[in-house]
Unconditional design. Structure first.
Length: 364
């Protein structure tokens, strides 16, 4: 699952990417510093994983991860090719969700492509370009389907009706993800188009160091403008997160966070939110060799969950031995949980829950 970092040039995307991925993507004070996308695998910090590992003391601890993609800045007219827009929009198409970075800080040493800071306007620019590109995609598809529909092809007629309604929906400045449609028509006619506005989005308000633990007027004005939509919004200072990321000593890092009145690095919270944005839950496997966190789509059954570990687990699935994380918190031992009768035996169709500790039984 890939999350794309998007936004106007010079809003802090590459700085954020470097914080998240420990990479060294070029970050500079000029537009289109990033041309080709940068990729990084980012661990998802989870206190539950740490507690399980502390009690079991395995040889190895493995967190789940999210793939982050740093995409070059979009500009007004990107849907028509401005600023290499077609290339950058194509990069967004390959992601599963979007982190939209908004500049919410003043700094005369960092240029703004629109000459002054205004996160509401900046968001409108990006959303408009995504909508315009989706409209182009829909119109091209309608033109291909229309011919078959005119000669009575029932499948083409159905597809044409769905796409025409979606086109009207987009023309009214609505995102494709908010289009009301049944699952069958969505899977058949809309999902294959990989529409840009069909991806879940969250906002990252990039602020100055002084606002890292609180907020500022730019953030609050933007939040108020979006209150009816109630989007996921995270506030962090990318520049200071870069400094936090460089501190390797745990105590020194904690002292630095305390000085900033931060409970944890903002990037840790951001990745957890990105995991949530993707519609993922976490389950755990635990043994002396390894305690590991695994990502899974919500509403996934036990046999499919087993397949995320290895395809043979799914093919030869027998049962799942399941421990609720809260029970593990209480008893703090798998043996004590068994003795208390809290270990459950579940079949293939059991829907794995966030926080489940699972041991799969299978046979080849």
């Amino acid at each position: 699952m890939k999350v794309g970092i998007v936004g106007l040039p010079n809003v802090g995307k590459s700085t954020l990417f470097n914080c998240l991925s420990n990479s060294k993507a070029q970050s500079a004070n000029f537009p289109f510093c990033t041309i080709e996308p940068n990729f990084g695998m980012v661990p998802v910090h989870d206190d539950r994983l740490e507690l399980i590992a502390e009690k079991i003391n395995p040889k190895k601890i493995t967190p789940t991860t999210v793939e982050i993609v740093d995409i070059a800045g979009l500009v007004k007219g990107a849907s028509q090719g401005e600023g290499l827009g077609n290339q950058f929009l194509a990069n967004i198409r390959q992601t599963d969700a979007i982190i939209h970075v908004l500049r919410c800080f003043d700094d005369k040493n960092v240029t703004h492509v629109e000459n002054h800071v205004n996160p509401i306007r900046d968001d409108e620019i990006i959303q408009t370009e995504l909508l315009l590109k989706d409209l182009e995609t829909i119109e091209n598809r309608i033109s291909k389907v229309h011919i078959a529909a005119r000669v009575g092809n029932k499948e083409a007629i159905a597809q044409n009706q769905v796409l025409t309604k979606l086109k009207i929906h987009l023309e009214q400045s609505n995102n494709a993800i908010d289009f009301d449609i049944d699952s069958a028509n969505y899977e058949n006619y809309i999902k294959p188009l990989q529409l840009l506005t069909d991806k879940p989005q969250m906002y990252l308000c990039n602020v100055n160091e002084s606002d890292a633990s609180t907020t500022n007027d730019y953030v609050e004005i933007f939040r108020n403008a979006k209150k009816e939509l109630n989007p996921m919004i995270v506030v962090l200072a990318a520049s200071i997160e870069a400094e936090i990321n460089e501190i390797q000593d745990h105590q020194e890092r904690q002292f630095f966070l305390d000085e900033l009145s931060l409970k944890e690095p903002g990037t840790v919270k951001l990745i957890r939110k990105a995991h949530e944005l993707l519609g993922l839950i976490t389950f755990f496997t635990a043994g002396e060799q390894e305690v590991r966190a695994w990502s899974l789509k919500k509403e996934t059954n036990a046999s499919k969950a087993a397949g995320t570990i290895h395809s043979d687990f799914e093919k030869g699935f027998i049962k799942a031995e399941v421990v609720n994380y809260h029970d593990f918190e209480t008893f703090q031992s798998l043996q004590k949980i068994r003795e208390a009768g809290k270990l459950r035996i579940e079949g293939k169709q059991y829907l794995v829950q966030d926080g489940d500790i699972v041991h799969f039984r299978f046979s080849l």
